[in-house]
Each structure stands twice: as structure tokens, then as C-alpha cells.
Ligand binder design. Structure first.
Ligand code: GLU
Length: 478
């Protein structure tokens, strides 16, 4: 049976790059195995969840190209895919567990629990409070009808929760380490472990991939599967993404939102490639296309060691993707860079697709991001090009005016408009490249540093080159 995987974010902010890594690995496995990738929104924490955050998460996943087969805005036969809309089912399961003696209603009030916690603290400030099991052995006859209660799991006193993780191997937690954890709050909202198990089962998830920070939760979840008489899915826990100092990676250390990297001008594959190498390796290969990742990915080659976020490496990997036509085609590059050109005021009409595609090979090697690419491409499209003051005062002076006028003439008569022919033409006409190159460059681009100027001319074409040389001569004459 093809596997069913899922990504189950809690919508309490943007999509963190650690979450994106989790989504990626599940997505890769689904693609590789011809399975399904399900997106489920875990929005049971009412105070922290927001629709805006759901939107941000969907936007990030879409931007990354991690499309889901079932979930919000897509549908599917295991919906609804928002946990807040599945509360009836959780209540039903909780009641079934109570009926079977696997869970119980606990009417302990917050005040009672706080008092017990304070009393313990007074005795031993370091002690960890554990629910004392006041309601564990009570039954329907003791229920305080009309009063709020929570559902608690009746953790078996003996035994242990055991599962075989795809990455961490056999993980076994003695039940004595678990207290009678809450399944559902008095307001009818389930707690994570309970709703997660209910949904992973109901959505027929066959493998759960998530961060190793959930290993402790998985022990409770395994107990729940047992109590419900369900077969658990397989689990794969992934090492964590840490700050360079070894702390949990957060906003304090680096930009952690997926869309921060979009705004910085990385491509989705640049981001995904860096994330893929977090906790997973394939020999010493560092750079992967989407197809190569799908082909090479395997839970078996995930490691157990946490990794440290390395901003420099991230930027190098993202650059590699932009640079290599094998990884970002001219067509894709053009599409990715357009919004950045637009941000700089160059509209789609000002940027003909043909010119854009022809210009890309001249800047690929130098633009590390799409932001830099938009800057590097600017003079190809802006009429007239912006002339840097320093460039102008050095190379467009009255002394340069005759040279620029001559260059215009020389190129007006050029029979062939290719970079080689344009370069050769200077010598043919008795001009020294060394003397002519900088004034030529500044007249055409407004800058002193650009790709080889004859490549630039080939892209600009005869008409615009001549017009810019004419204007350069005028500027120089003052
Ligand atoms: N909502 C949980 C989280 O965002 C999901 C964990 C899981 O994948 O089970 O951490």
C-alpha cells in the first residue's frame, strides 16, 4: 500500500524553517513512494492559533512547492483537516475510553491542583509535581454532574511504551515515567497527543515523521494506540536544528521564517536543498535538484545528531542553485526574478522576456540572490540607465566625448552583432580595448563594474547600444 504521510503544523505564527524541513522529508517520502501527503492544521490551542497564521503556513508551503494531496483548500476524504472542526470525534473517543476503563473524568479544580502543587513546593522546591490520581479510581457514581471536568488517561501502572523508530531505533519508556495525562480539557478541546493519535489513525497515516523533540510525546501516543486497540503508524524522528551556539534555533539567532528567505531572494529549491541536508545525507553530495532529492531521500540515511544552523552555508547552497542552469532554468530564473525587478520599479512591460532570458547568463555567476540579480539586471531594462556619479565623473568627461562619438560610429557600421565580433571590431577600427572599455561600459550601463561589456552589448542589441552611446557622448560633452 502506498504510504500516507502528513505535516501537522500548529498555526501560531509563520512557517519556521525547522517545520519546513519536517514537511519536506514527509513530502519527499510520499513522492518517492507514490504515496499521499496530507496537511492537517492542529489548531486546538485557541489562544495561540489564528487564521492569519494558517494562511502564512499555506503560502510558505506553496512557495516551497510542497503541495499537499489532501488538506485545507484541497479537500480529501479524511476531512475536515482542521482539528477544531473534529471535536465531536475526540469527545466520542474520550467517552469510549472512559467506558472501557482506559480513561476517566477528573473533576479536580484548578484551585485544588494549585494548592497541591504549592504544598509540594513548600516541602521540596525542586520536586516535579505529578497529578496525584485523585479521580483515577472513581466511577460514574462519583461524577459531579454539571461541574467541569477533564478527561485523563489511566496510564497503566506497569509496563512500558515501546516503538521502533526509523531513525532512533527502539525507544522504550517505562509507564512509571508517565502521569495520568490529560486527553481533553473541560472546554472540549483535546490536547495534542490525543487529537494527534485520533487523526493520524482516522486519516490512515502510515508513517509519522517529525522532530525528535516529540519523542516523549510518542511514548504517550503509543499508549493511546494500545488503549484504543489501534495499530500505530511507523515513526521517524529527526534531529533538531540548533543555533550556532547549540540552542534551539529561534528568531534571536537568525531569520527562521520561510518567507524571510523568499524576501532575501532565495529560490524555493535553494531553501529546500539546505534544509534537506539537515539530518539527512547522501554520500558527500551537497547540491540536489528536486528530482534528485526525491530519488535519493530515505529515512534510513537520516542521522541522529542535531545540526547547527549555518547562515553562510545556507547562502552558498542557495547561490549554487541560482548559478547553475541545470538547477534553475532560464525560464524559472526569469519568473523568480520578475517580482524583484518590479519591486525596483521595472514593470513587466519594461522587461521583455527575450531580453531577460538573454541577460541571465551574463549575471548568473555574480548574483548570489534574486535581490542582487535584480540590481545586476537593472541597466538592461531601465531607460535611460542610472549613471553612477563616480563613474560619470571619471569616464564621461569632456575629454571622453570624442571617443564616445567615435565608438558610436564604429558600432553603427558593425556588420555582425555578436560579442566576439563586437570585441574584434574595436581593434579592426584602430581602437585600443584598454582605453575604450571603461567609457564604453559607463555609457552603456552607468556603472564601472559589469559583466564583459561585449556580452552586455550583445544583449542590449544594436539600436539601444547606439542610443546609449549617443547619450553618453552628450553627457560627456556636458
Ligand atoms: N502540531 C504539532 C507541532 O507543530 C505536530 C507534531 C506532530 O507532527 O505530531 O509540533
Amino acid at each position: 500500500m502506498p504510504p500516507r504521510l502528513r505535516f501537522a503544523p500548529s498555526p501560531s505564527g509563520y512557517l519556521h524553517i525547522g517545520g519546513a524541513r519536517t514537511a519536506l522529508f514527509n513530502w519527499l517520502w510520499a513522492k518517492k513512494q507514490g504515496g499521499r501527503f496530507v496537511l492537517r492544521i492542529e489548531d486546538t490551542d485557541q489562544d495561540r492559533s489564528s487564521l492569519e497564521s494558517v494562511r502564512a503556513i499555506l503560502e510558505s508551503l506553496r512557495w516551497l512547492g510542497l503541495d499537499w494531496d489532501e488538506g485545507p483548500e484541497v479537500g480529501g476524504d479524511c476531512g475536515p483537516y482542521f482539528q477544531s472542526e473534529r471535536r465531536g470525534r475526540y469527545r466520542q473517543l474520550a467517552d469510549e475510553l472512559v467506558e472501557a476503563g482506559k480513561a476517566y473524568r477528573c473533576y479536580a479544580t484548578k484551585e485544588e491542583l494549585d494548592a497541591a502543587r504549592a504544598a509540594l513546593k513548600a516541602q521540596d522546591p525542586k520536586a516535579q509535581f505529578v497529578y496525584p490520581g485523585w479521580w483515577r479510581d472513581k466511577g460514574p457514581a462519583d461524577w459531579l454532574e454539571g461541574r467541569p471536568f477533564v478527561y485523563r488517561f489511566r496510564t497503566p501502572a506497569e509496563g512500558s511504551a515501546r516503538f521502533e523508530d526509523e531513525v532512533f531505533g527502539v525507544v522504550e519508556t517505562p509507564n512509571s515515567a508517565q502521569q495520568d495525562f490529560v486527553l481533553m480539557r473541560s472546554d472540549g478541546f483535546p490536547l495534542y497527543n490525543f487529537s494527534c493519535v485520533a487523526d493520524d489513525h482516522d486519516m490512515r497515516i502510515s508513517l509519522v515523521g517529525r522532530g525528535r523533540d516529540h519523542l516523549g510525546n510518542t511514548a504517550q501516543q503509543v499508549l493511546l494506540y494500545e488503549a484504543l486497540g489501534w495499530e500505530p503508524p511507523r515513526f521517524a524522528h529527526l534531529p533538531m536544528m540548533l543555533s550556532p551556539k547549540g540552542e534551539k534555533l529561534s528568531k534571536r539567532h537568525a531569520a527562521v521564517g520561510v518567507m524571510d528567505y523568499a524576501a532575501r531572494g532565495m529560490t524555493p529549491m535553494g531553501v529546500l536543498n539546505y534544509l534537506a541536508r539537515f539530518g539527512w545525507s547522501h554520500g558527500d553530495q551537497e547540491i540536489f535538484s528536486r528530482g534528485e532529492l526525491i530519488e535519493a531521500f530515505d529515512w534510513k540515511s537520516c542521522g541522529r545528531s542535531d545540526g547547527k544552523f549555518d547562515e553562510k552555508k545556507f547562502s552558498d547552497v542557495a547561490f549554487e542553485h541560482l548559478k547553475e542552469p541545470r538547477l534553475t532554468s532560464d525560464e524559472d530564473y526569469a519568473a523568480w526574478v520578475r517580482p524583484f525587478l518590479a519591486e525596483n520599479g521595472l514593470t513587466d512591460e519594461q522587461v521583455p522576456e527575450g531580453t531577460l532570458r538573454a541577460a541571465l547568463p551574463t549575471i548568473r555567476e555574480r548574483a548570489r540572490t534574486l535581490v542582487e540579480a535584480a540590481v545586476a539586471l537593472d541597466y538592461y531594462f531601465r531607460e535611460p540607465p542610472v549613471v553612477e556619479e563616480k563613474a560619470r565623473s571619471k569616464f564621461l568627461t569632456p575629454a571622453h566625448a570624442p571617443l564616445l562619438a567615435q565608438l558610436r560610429q564604429v558600432y553603427e557600421g558593425a556588420p555582425r552583432w555578436t560579442a566576439e565580433a563586437l570585441e574584434a571590431r574595436l581593434a579592426e577600427q584602430g581602437l585600443e580595448v584598454k582605453l575604450a572599455a571603461q567609457p564604453l561600459r559607463v555609457a552603456l550601463t552607468g556603472r564601472t563594474a559589469t559583466p564583459p561589456i561585449f556580452d552586455v552589448m550583445a544583449v542590449l542589441g544594436r539600436e539601444r547600444t547606439l542610443a546609449r552611446l549617443g547619450r553618453g557622448a552628450e553627457l560627456a560633452a556636458g
